[in-house]
Ligand binder design. Structure first.
Ligand code: NAP
Length: 306
């Protein structure tokens, strides 16, 4: 039986893996894709202490290497379910490749990009619609792209896209950005970036690739055509909790509710990072959650199993 299974390999999972491996727990991480989570598709990170500016992929590769250097085992498997056991029986984690008994589980499965949900969006994924500027930005060299959203992701990734695109239009549903002030200021000063305010995307059009979006002004109701070659969508994220048992309490948005020690409503199940219900979703807060969670796991193991 494992002491701890960590589900998810973003910054929270990798930090937890490093702490758990350093504490000599019998631990394994299950990650359905490459470790790194959403940070691995983030162009630049400038607010993680001690690194100055580093690309997202470089930062998470460092985290992975650091965790592995203490002996963390990472398996490439997708978790399907968690069967909640009673007390010292531990819990059972079922993946697409196996079944594992564990004394404790840390859910750090993060979140995935939310879609706009308008006609034409799904059909144009890979044909002009993207959720990842680092993956797809280079395909839009000297092209005009729209960025949808007004948060940190939209504005930061919009700035990154100016390296390739001739013009980046940020389209936001209100007349004020949600993004951090310093990022807003950079975008406002960038000659390649312009803004369309109070507008939402009604549909995405073009055969076979995107060449137009229909916009609706939410104040006047006016519908207009806007010619673009690409649409980058950054309208927030949704928690990845399909495998999480219903006994684990969640908020109305589906995020897992924890206490300050990162304990969920089920003994032996902990959660950390973007999957939890909290206001700040930063790399640094995910890492902080994870360190706290592993210390809680250690207390739990001592109290229950020793
Ligand atoms: P977010 O903060 O939730 O922002 C989503 C944006 O999309 C908001 O501006 C929202 O508008 C807009 N939106 C939501 N649904 C929409 C829809 N259906 N149509 C059009 N617009 C829609 O998401 P995020 O920017 O991805 O950031 C997620 C979290 O990660 C945040 O906590 C953020 O601070 C953090 N983050 C931090 C950094 C950093 O520290 N460097 C970088 C990236 C992300 P409203 O403003 O009107 O709600």
């Amino acid at each position: 039986m494992y002491d701890l299974i960590i589900i998810g390999g973003g910054p929270a999972g990798l930090t937890a893996g490093m702490y758990a491996a350093r504490s000599k727990l019998n631990v394994v991480m299950l990650e359905k894709m490459m470790p790194g989570g959403n940070v691995s598709i983030t162009a630049e990170v400038e607010n993680y202490p001690g690194t100055m500016t580093l690309s997202g992929p470089d930062l998470v590769i460092n985290m992975e290497n650091q965790a592995r250097s203490f002996g963390l085992e990472i398996k490439s498997e997708e978790v399907i379910s968690i069967d909640v056991g009673a007390g010292i029986d531990g819990h059972t984690v079922k993946s697409d490749s196996g079944e594992y008994k564990t004394k404790a589980v840390l859910i750090a499965s993060g979140s995935s990009p939310r879609r706009i949900g308008c006609p034409g969006e799904d059909e144009h994924i890979g044909r002009g619609v993207s959720y990842c500027a680092t993956c797809d930005g280079a395909f839009f060299r000297d092209k005009h792209v729209a960025v949808i959203g007004g948060g940190d992701s939209a504005v930061e990734e919009g700035l990154y896209l100016t390296k390739f695109a001739s013009r980046v239009t940020i389209i936001h549903r209100r007349d004020k950005l949600r993004a951090t002030k310093i990022i807003q200021e950079k975008a406002m000063k960038n000659p390649k970036i312009d803004f369309i305010w109070d507008s939402v995307v009604e549909s995405i059009e073009g055969t076979p690739v995107v060449n137009n979006i229909k916009l609706k002004n939410v104040k006047t109701g006016a519908i207009s055509d806007f010619a673009v070659n690409g649409v980058f969508v950054f309208v927030g994220y949704m928690p990845g909790t399909t495998f999480v048992p219903s006994m684990v309490e969640k908020d109305e948005g589906g995020y897992i509710i924890t206490d300050k020690e990162m304990r969920t409503s089920v003994p032996g199940i902990f959660a950390a990072g973007d999957i939890t219900n909290k206001k700040q979703r930063q790399i640094v807060t995910a890492c902080g959650d994870a360190a706290t969670a592993v210390k809680s796991v250690e207390h739990y193991l001592e109290w229950y199993f020793e």
